[in-house]
Ligand binder design. Structure first.
Ligand code: HEC
Ligand code: HEC
Length: 295
């Protein structure tokens, strides 16, 4: 009897499923905030409460698919239960609200909103609602959803594969991109109609998670091509190399913080941080020029 319970719990840990998103909105003012937060997450770059904070053509749902109701990596189901969590990047303990606001500076290529704003509170309320029923388990290592903490890089197997990339991986990535991605994102990467841009100033900047080759590889494997994610690990690496070798805005943390008297306290011990396309390749020991030009 005891043995079978043990076995059952081991099996259920191994196949821990992302539960369904809740369907019933909370009543009253809390319910209104959940709905407002959802609206912002779906329309971040055009929503009147957030458009001034966004510097590109993306929405939160561009990466956290289906407004975070996806069961793939990028889901918000269970996210709130992981916070407060430690973040190596800021070297501080982050609340969920901090984490959300930080995505504005990088993935949204904009500025960090003010913690007290209706927009920031609404997004936090919506994301917390998506964790209804989840068990609190503060993440001691990474500010990341409990269901995917183990999947996020740096994985031991991924980093060495990225480190040995060369010009051939780049051209292979280009061919794969043109075959599997360009019908929606454009051969020039600028997006088509409502399909979002994947490089250039209207996409995420070089401080964003997706600008890092390991995170991009992992995200792509779980999410793209949209509706039919089917890339092998090597294909995802090669496409990440091609897409992230294209131009996008450089990141300088200072440019993304509002002045202190406006923004209030920024919960970070790291106040200097800069990245470029080149330095993101260098982080994996790769020379961007050699990767692009074979010289
Ligand atoms: C360009 C893609 C992209 C966009 C757009 C984006 N994010 Fe993220 N977000 C990520 C990635 C990648 C991670 C995890 C990796 C990391 O920590 O760098 C993440 C992590 C998070 C987390 C931590 C929990 C987790 O693991 O999912 C929250 C909360 C979050 N994002 C909220 C938002 C909100 C709110 C917006 C819109 C204002 C947004 N993000 C826009 C890519 C994006
Ligand atoms: C059928 C159309 C389609 C195809 C094919 C497709 N995507 Fe996407 N992609 C989307 C849409 C739509 C989104 C935004 C999600 C949303 O709004 O629901 C997206 C989001 C993204 C994002 C994050 C947001 C951004 O613009 O930076 C990246 C990166 C991305 N796709 C890369 C790829 C790559 C690489 C491929 C090929 C392996 C690919 N996509 C294939 C439609 C597509």
């Amino acid at each position: 009897m005891k043995k079978s319970i043990l076995l059952l719990s081991i099996v259920s840990i191994m196949f821990a499923q992302v539960p369904d998103a809740p369907t019933v909105y909370p009543k009253g003012e809390v319910g209104k905030m959940v709905k407002l937060g959802k609206d912002i997450i779906m329309n971040t770059n055009t929503h009147p409460l957030t458009k001034e904070y966004v510097g590109n053509a993306l929405k939160c749902t561009s990466c956290h698919l289906d407004g975070g109701k996806t069961k793939n990596l990028g889901t918000f189901i269970g996210t709130a239960a992981a916070f407060p969590a430690y973040s190596k990047r800021e070297k501080t303990v982050q609340t969920l609200q901090d984490r959300i606001n930080n995505c504005f500076m990088r993935s949204m290529n904009g500025v960090r909103p003010i913690v007290d704003t209706e927009a920031s509170i609404a997004m936090t309320t919506y994301i917390t609602w998506l964790s209804s029923g989840a068990t609190m388990k503060m993440n001691e290592k990474k500010p990341v959803n409990e269901h995917f903490t183990k999947v996020w890089p740096n994985t031991k197997e991924l980093t060495p594969l990225i480190k040995k990339a060369n010009h051939e991986n780049y051209t292979n990535g280009m061919n794969l991109y043109n075959n599997k991605c360009s019908s929606c994102h454009g051969v020039d990467g600028q997006g088509i109609a409502t399909f979002p841009p994947v490089w250039g100033s209207n996409s995420y900047n070089t401080g964003a998670g997706l600008s890092k080759l390991d995170k991009m590889t992992t995200w792509l494997k779980h999410n793209m091509p949209l509706g039919n994610p089917n890339l092998t690990q090597q294909e995802a690496i090669d496409i990440s190399i091609y897409v992230n070798a294209q131009e996008r805005d450089a990141f300088d943390l200072k440019e993304h913080l509002l002045p202190r008297e406006k923004m209030g306290y920024y919960n970070s011990k790291v106040l200097e941080e800069k990245h470029t396309v080149e330095s993101n390749f260098k982080a994996f020991g790769l020379d961007l020029n050699k990767i692009r030009n074979d010289k």
